[in-house]
Design a binder for this molecule. Structure first.
Ligand SMILES: [Zn+2]
Ligand SMILES: [Zn+2]
Length: 343
């Protein structure tokens, strides 16, 4: 039973680094020695907004090296360098078999989130289908994007059925929104309009493929202007606020699509006006797709050089400084996008 340093929720708005006993892996599990982890907007929701109990280990994005596996794990072994899906799925329930792994009925949302990666080591259940070996020539700082934000950002575009040449608006250029911008570029959007005002995020949006970046104030009118009054084919909500969801509905063309990946923390309902585009439009929501195949697909894209997300890492910190790193990330100081946290 390894004893590890782990980041846990200390109370609302607070995390702590504690010593924690990790149980040995049970059947199907892998115990992974963390090489790299990071802080996600969802971690802030766990700490600040959701009724996650104090003491809950934090973190769901990581790359590491397998230390041991429980019985029944066949595809991975001690010494493999792996990235783990941030959403755990079983692979054999009817929802997994239908391909909607993030809605697995064995590991049910929200408990299918891989808690506990912000630690020296962590456990992954159903390891045979929630891990992927990282190619030798890929860095931890690349591979870790497959765990969550790249998968989520790409899902926003994929499930929005973007066709090459179409126009897309992406609301907010935080880490997930930026991944959606990279995805829109990769899938051949004709024009990418990002909505953002933080200078470093504006610059990164342009670097990853945004043709225009408009400020949130007056963005609906500006997007209508930029599209000759038509609106966009696809609007992506990547912030999780009522105002941006409303704006998405307002900027799509007739027959267009709203694709939502924001986490609406503290917002229990959204409303949709029943006039204008309502008569025929598509609304799709997505929760980070996981599983070995998905991880491999995303790593292939990065390995090919067609998608490069490594510049999103703006800061390097040690696990010992996790509490101050949460504050930095929460307050969006110093142009922070992603913080590379090493044990
Ligand atoms: Zn995340
Ligand atoms: Zn399942």
């Amino acid at each position: 039973m390894p004893r590890v340093k782990a980041c846990v929720k200390a109370g609302p708005g607070q995390v702590n680094l504690v010593d924690r006993d990790l149980p040995d892996p049970t059947p199907g599990q892998a115990l992974i020695r963390t090489s790299l982890t990071t802080i996600c907007g969802s971690d802030l929701h766990m700490i600040d907004d959701f009724p996650v109990p104090a003491g809950m280990p934090q973190g769901h994005e990581a790359v590491g090296v397998i230390e041991s596996v429980g019985s029944g794990v066949e595809r991975f072994k001690r010494g493999d360098r792996v990235v783990s899906s941030c959403i755990v799925s079983c692979g054999h329930c009817y929802v997994c078999e239908a391909g909607d792994t993030s809605m697995c009925r064995t590991y049910r949302a929200p408990l299918n989130v891989l808690f506990g990666c912000q630690a020296e080591a962590y456990l992954v259940s159903s390891a045979d289908r929630n891990l992927a070996v990282v190619p030798a020539d890929m860095t931890d700082k690349q591979a870790i994007f497959a765990a969550d934000i790249m998968s989520t950002g790409f899902a926003a575009v994929e499930r929005g059925h973007l066709k090459p040449g179409q126009t897309v608006a992406i609301f907010a250029q935080g880490p997930v929104g930026l991944c959606a911008t990279a995805a829109a570029k990769y899938y051949g959007a004709g024009r990418i309009i990002a909505v953002e005002s933080v200078p470093e995020r504006v610059a990164m949006a342009k670097r990853l493929g945004a043709d225009d970046v408009v400020s949130p104030e007056g963005c609906v009118e500006r997007i209508k202007e930029l599209t000759g009054g038509r609106g966009v084919d696809l609007a992506i909500e990547a912030l999780g606020k009522t105002a941006t969801f409303d704006a998405c509905i307002k900027v799509i063309r007739h027959g267009g699509t709203v694709s939502s990946v924001g986490v609406y923390a503290g917002i229990s309902t959204l409303s949709i006006p029943t006039s204008d585009v309502f008569f025929q439009f598509t609304l799709v929501t997505s929760y980070c797709p996981g599983g070995t195949e998905r991880l491999q697909f995303l790593m292939n894209l990065m390995q090919s050089g067609k998608v490069d997300l490594a510049p999103l890492f703006t800061h390097d910190r040690k696990l010992a400084d996790i509490a101050s790193s949460y504050d930095l990330f929460r307050q969006r100081r110093e142009g922070v996008l992603k913080i590379a946290v090493t044990p």
